[in-house]
Ligand binder design. Structure first.
Ligand code: ACO
Length: 322
């Protein structure tokens, strides 16, 4: 029998893999805190994808054309798929998806603040695609290089689909901006409501982010919250100009020296309130998730019964084949 590897050697090996930009895989040794950090982040991310279907789902039955409805349906289905890849990635760390869902609906695990805002008009669908999915791309493309293999691989496909989501949102907004004065006002109103919450998606400022330093050292996160927020603003300002909308920030101005856009401070007290469950739609989002979970109990029971039946049949076939 092989000699057990001493903990110090295992830790050295883990650190060496991280330093060499290689991947940690599910069966590799990893520090408990690394595992816990990944479970926390991947679970929150998975929950966000699933809860994130609700704001836009609100418009599925009222999309203005068959084309828009088909696009929106495809997008919502993609988000469900993202949730599934991410729950599967979390399960490789030894947690059970049912347990994670239970923690979400009992308020013991978080999901992104952004999905606690209402979608008041169809322009919100376009602005979610443009700003929210645009922010998601900024945040998530670097996660394709995360040190944990299953998370990094899940992110590659998710990011490809997020690009389609962003483009469909921008195309919808361009169409509205070419429409009537009322449609242009509708777009501007949606931009005014979603701009600051989109900036808050990146998390608290670096000075108030307790997890960033360790997650960066472990190469789970590749950039700080503020770095990604800046990248998002720099990417979005020219797109807003092209679209013909005004971003609701009087402090927004080009900084020649830095080669980037200066922008105002988000209202961090609002982010704290929303994370604590006091946003405009938190209660409704979680309640709807709980109801969907309870309504789906029969599907899970049927799947378990079917799996048991298949396994018994295979067992009998093997017995008979002997
Ligand atoms: N909404 C809700 N909670 C947030 C948010 C937010 N926008 N930003 C930060 N938090 C929470 C963190 O989860 C953390 O809470 P916890 O320690 O209890 O878990 C706390 O606030 C402090 O924040 P940080 O120390 O900055 O946390 P972290 O290093 O995990 O960074 C971030 C937060 C940037 C969201 C990171 O977890 C991440 O990149 N996650 C993956 C991407 C993701 O989940 N995106 C969600 C949107 S998905 C979509 O758009 C379809």
């Amino acid at each position: 029998m092989a000699e057990p590897v001493p903990a110090s050697t295992q830790e050295d090996l883990f650190e060496a893999v991280i330093a060499a930009e290689q991947r940690i895989e599910p069966r590799d040794w990893m520090p408990d805190a690394y595992r816990a950090t990944l479970i926390r982040q991947i679970a929150q991310h998975a929950h966000s994808e699933i809860i994130g279907m609700q704001p836009e789902g609100n418009w599925l039955t009222r999309a203005p054309s068959l084309r828009r409805k088909a696009i929106l349906l495809a997008k919502a289905q993609d988000e469900a798929g993202h949730g599934l890849y991410l729950y599967a990635a979390a399960e490789t760390l030894g947690v059970d998806r049912a347990e994670l869902t239970e923690k979400l609906i009992s308020g013991r695990q978080k999901y992104s603040s952004i999905f606690n805002y209402p979608t008041l008009t169809f322009a919100d669908v376009g602005v979610i695609g443009w700003l929210v999915d645009g922010a998601a791309i900024c945040n998530q493309v670097p996660l394709c290089r995360c040190s944990y293999g299953p998370y990094a691989r899940a992110m590659v496909r998710i990011c490809k689909e997020e690009s389609f989501h962003q483009r469909q949102g921008y195309e919808l907004l361009m169409t509205l901006m070419r429409g009537t004065e009322a449609q242009r006002r509708m777009v501007q109103d949606a931009v005014d409501r979603w701009w600051w919450p989109s900036l808050m998606m990146f998390g608290p400022s670096d000075a108030d982010s307790p997890n960033t330093a360790r997650s960066m050292a472990w190469r789970i996160k590749r950039h700080t919250n503020d770095e990604l927020r800046q990248r998002f603003v720099d990417m979005t300002v020219p797109q807003a100009e092209h679209l013909g909308v005004t971003l609701p920030d009087p402090e927004l101005r080009w900084n020649e020296e830095r080669g980037g856009w200066d922008f105002g401070e988000p209202d961090w007290s609002e982010l704290t309130r929303v994370i604590r469950g006091q946003g405009p739609c938190n209660a409704q989002r979680v309640e709807r998730r709980r109801a969907a979970h309870e309504d789906g109990a029969w599907v899970r029971e049927a799947a378990v019964a079917y799996a048991a039946k298949r396994s018994a049949e295979q067992h009998t076939e093997e017995e008979n084949g002997k």
